[in-house]
Design a protein around this ligand. Structure first.
Ligand SMILES: [Zn+2]
Length: 474
């Protein structure tokens, strides 16, 4: 004969003296089998109860192979114990479950809408109905009728009958489970319906307190109807009111003006965003033009309250200009600090090698391709060091070209006889002024070196600062 547990016969019982008959482990979770229980095992859309077995927390209750496993926070010992139910959680489930029976019954009786499933979630519940698009008026009437039945305080009872009796009782059921044996449990809302159900229920519809429909959305050819019942209605109203008060304070407006005020502020924000982007674009152009106008092989700029996007805009304009120099751009703002190394359109310096050296000097990382190299850094405290590295790189290149120019003159025809010096200068053949007959002729480089003084002498003092930097030593 089927055992009737106390959670079923006395749904309002919250404590029970029990005997732990056996213990086991389900995966990594210990569980206990008891001689009786006031804790409901998950089923029929109703979540499992929580509670305590003496001092051990009961985290889950599941029916497995005909026995009820109480899943525990730590292992239990065999023998007598006291089992306590987490009553607020259970009572909430009873309110939602009885409310669902009533809602389902009124929906089918008044509108012919059949309930195809029920979900009891932490914050709200829903039922799926076989109606595609219920009108707001129908939903309002449904809500009013359900609340009228709540006020009518109809008794709710549960009892068992033989399967053969079901037809004569007009029972609402989606059919018994395959292989079902023995009697069938019914939950009856007096004057409304009888339904096959194993869940825990209130004693009267009045305990549902109230039911509020939150809205319907299309789903699987029907619709899903979200709702709240019982203490959840008051809790949700309290949350909404607190949120409303906070929004009224933020926007400084009355409740009925909140949506319009929020929309207005959003429009203003978007407009300000568009203006800011336009100003940033102009600032980037102006900043790039200022760099382009300087006829130096190495230029630099720093921008506060800017980000990588801004640096890229400056770099794109700089890179498209007919400039032979290399630029170091840095920015710091809400998103942190970043840097970008960019070469002008006619820049002969290896930007990737220079970028890697700058990243190393700044203590950051980065990457890039062609004439752009970018990266993020923790801070820009080593910026002076990075400037020095780039200055050395560009000036040494001049010095190297100066050497090449002099050797080229000594050797005669530079294009046929100078390739041997590439290894010394670490300047790729494609960048060699002597081999390519580049924009800057060897003589021009030599003249410039003389004008600057001897660059190798000038640079000797800073060599320890850049020695070992990738690709830049000569
Ligand atoms: Zn039920």
């Amino acid at each position: 004969m089927t055992q009737i547990f106390t959670y079923e016969s006395q749904p309002y019982a919250t404590e029970l003296e029990v005997t732990v008959l056996s213990v086991g482990e389900d995966g990594k979770r210990p569980f206990a089998i008891l001689d009786d229980t006031v804790l409901y095992p998950e089923g029929g859309g109703q979540p499992p109860d929580h509670g305590r077995l003496d001092e051990i927390r009961v985290l889950d209750v599941q029916k497995v192979d005909g026995e009820i496993r109480h899943v525990l926070a730590s292992p239990a010992t065999l023998g007598k114990s006291v089992l306590q139910l987490d009553w607020p959680r259970r009572y909430d489930h009873m309110q939602q479950h009885t409310a669902q029976h009533l809602l389902t019954a009124v929906a089918v009786e008044r509108f012919g809408w059949q309930t195809t499933s029920f979900h009891l979630f932490q914050d709200a519940s829903d039922i799926e109905l076989d109606v595609r698009d219920p009108s707001p008026e129908d939903l309002q009437e449904l809500e009013e009728r359900v609340n009228a039945e709540i006020r009518a305080a109809r008794p709710v009872t549960a009892y068992r009958v033989e399967p053969g009796e079901l037809e004569g009782l007009g029972v609402r059921s989606r059919g018994l489970p395959a292989g079902h044996q023995g009697n069938v449990r019914l939950v009856e809302i007096e004057g409304i319906e009888r339904n096959t159900c194993g869940g825990t229920h209130l004693g009267s519809t009045s305990e549902i307190e109230s039911l509020v429909l939150l809205g319907a959305e299309p789903k699987r050819g029907g619709s899903v109807l979200r709702w709240l019942a019982g203490g959840r209605v008051r809790r949700r109203l309290g949350q909404w009111e607190a949120r409303g008060a906070e929004l009224r304070r933020i926007f400084g407006t009355a409740d009925d003006q909140l949506a319009a005020t929020a929309q207005l502020k959003l429009d203003q924000l978007q407009q300000a965003g568009r203006q800011q982007r336009a100003l940033e674009e102009r600032l980037a152009e102006t900043s790039a033009d200022a760099l382009i106008s300087r006829d130096d092989l190495f230029v630099e700029a720093h921008f506060d309250d800017a980000d990588m996007g801004f640096l890229q805009r400056v770099a794109r304009r700089f890179g498209s200009a007919d400039h032979s120099g290399i630029a170091l751009l840095t920015a710091s703002g809400a998103k942190g600090s970043c840097f970008l190394v960019a070469g002008g359109k006619t820049c002969a310096v290896d930007v990737q090698a220079a970028g890697r050296a700058v990243a190393e000097a700044l203590g950051g990382r980065g990457g890039g391709s062609g004439s752009l190299f970018q990266g993020k850094v923790e801070s820009l405290s080593q910026r002076p060091r990075a400037l020095l590295v780039l200055e050395v790189a560009t000036t040494l290149r001049e010095a190297a070209q100066d050497t090449i120019a002099r050797r080229a003159r000594a050797l005669g025809d530079p294009r046929t006889r100078l390739h041997g010096v590439h290894g010394l200068s670490e300047i790729p053949e494609r960048d060699c002024a002597a081999c390519t007959g580049s924009r800057r002729s060897p003589n021009a480089i030599a003249r410039r070196a003389q004008a600057l003084g001897d660059p190798r002498t000038r640079l000797r003092g800073v060599q320890t600062g850049w020695e070992g930097s990738n690709g830049l030593t000569i």
